[in-house]
Write a protein that binds this ligand. Structure first.
Ligand SMILES: *Cc1c(COP(=O)(O)O)cnc(C)c1O
Length: 386
């Protein structure tokens, strides 16, 4: 069997044609494809505003800045995520802490969050922002998070990097009904891609404007916002220390084309996930539980080996690798990274996350995965653990 990666992009002839047409046009960046992509994102996720940029890490950074995160502030996220979900707060000079996961959904545990908030209130160390991560494309229980946000006065950024096309309580992830801002990633392993790319979505005009300014150096060309009188058509003002976090029209043309296939991509991923579940029945492993209120985008399909498995995770991983299967592990808990250990985090602090990490393997899942490949993967896995 040829090498099977854990994820890969799905690029069609239409995608290629869209990109080529931008290359022949007048605009490679700051042109109409970006606006078109942002409008299509809004329609897809049912949000009022979308600000596309160079990657989701930048989007998380600007989301934090727009919500006023700075020195002296505290931001909480899940340990089972990509490092960017936590790093974005450090970029702003804030302090990061983590909330352990739920052992069934692998998402931030609402129960742990509530307990941690009770303790933090007593200690006078409540978070300014909480960043739940929709692990594998499965939405966090956002209504419960929003209730706690109201009670304890923190803002919410959804790290929805895995979850475009997913839904929660009948509405698309990203509609921001229960959050201030949501962020999506368009890296090639994610659900739809722009090569590199990310977006902030929000229903707040003020947050949208702030993020838009910070994306382009903190510069405004809007005369109504200027401190001094508009002295001529060339004039602009830098009012904030922003960044160049722009995305290109070339990338956004790909994004528009990819987004038009979102429904069929999500359907395909869900079909593949269901066949995994039936093929894996009765094996010594656990899969992510998904509640009735959630339709997952199925960015990842993770199996967690149980105590009955014949081999440990490392051996199983090596067997899959030897069989040309690009298994992966999502994620090494962020608090166990050397950079975070140097900030004082240690093994033992988030036991559910650590227990999950020690037994988890991500199996290949992408729209182009064939039935034959899936059966082959499951056969290899069955032999390794039974
Ligand atoms: C991919 C990912 C990011 C970062 O996305 P980039 O677009 O690569 O910057 C952030 N958070 C999570 C959960 C991710 O999976």
């Amino acid at each position: 069997m040829n090498y099977i990666p854990y994820g890969r992009q799905d690029i069609s002839q239409e995608d290629i044609d869209e990109v080529v047409s931008v290359l022949r046009s007048d605009w490679l960046t700051q042109g109409p494809s970006i606006t078109r992509f942002e409008e299509n994102i809004c329609k897809t996720v049912d949000s009022k505003h979308a600000i596309a940029m160079c990657n989701a890490t930048a989007a998380l950074h600007l989301a934090c800045l727009a919500l006023g995160v700075g020195e002296g502030d505290i931001v909480w996220t899940s340990p089972i995520t990509f490092v960017a979900s936590a790093n974005c707060a450090l970029f702003c000079g804030a302090t990061v802490d983590f909330v352990d996961i739920d052992q069934r959904t692998y998402n931030m545990s609402v129960q742990c969050l509530e307990q941690k908030l009770i303790n933090a209130e007593k200690a006078g160390r409540l978070p300014k922002v909480v960043i739940p991560v929709h692990f594998g494309g499965t939405s966090v229980d956002m209504q419960a998070i929003a209730k706690l946000a109201d009670k304890y006065g923190f803002s919410v950024i959804e790290d929805a990097s895995h979850a475009i096309g997913g839904s929660y309580k009948g509405r698309p992830v990203g509609c921001c009904q229960y959050s201030d801002i949501a962020v999506f990633s368009f890296h090639p392993v994610k659900i739809v891609t722009t090569g590199e790319g990310g977006v902030c979505v929000t229903n707040s005009p003020a947050l949208a404007e702030k993020i838009q300014d910070l994306r382009t150096h903190g510069i405004t060309k809007n005369a109504q916002k200027m401190a001094s009188a508009d002295v001529g058509p060339w004039f602009y003002e830098m009012q904030d220390l922003g960044f160049n976090y722009r995305i290109t029209d070339i990338q956004c043309a790909l994004g528009v084309s990819q987004l038009s296939k979102l429904n069929s991509i999500i359907e395909k991923r869900n079909t593949l996930a269901s066949s995994y579940k039936s093929l894996l029945k009765n094996l010594p492993l656990k899969v992510q539980s998904i509640t009735e209120s959630v339709h997952s985008a199925y960015h990842l399909f993770v199996v967690e080996l149980t105590a009955e498995a014949k081999r440990d995770r490392r051996s199983v991983f090596d067997i899959l690798k030897a069989g040309n299967i690009g298994a992966n592990v999502h994620y090494i808990p962020v608090h166990l990274q050397p950079y975070y250990e140097q900030l004082g985090f240690r093994r033992g602090m988030f036991p559910v996350s650590e227990q999950y990490y020690d037994h988890a393997i991500t199996l290949p899942l992408f729209p182009g995965l064939t039935r034959d490949q899936q059966v082959y993967i499951v056969d290899m896995l069955r032999d390794a653990i039974t």
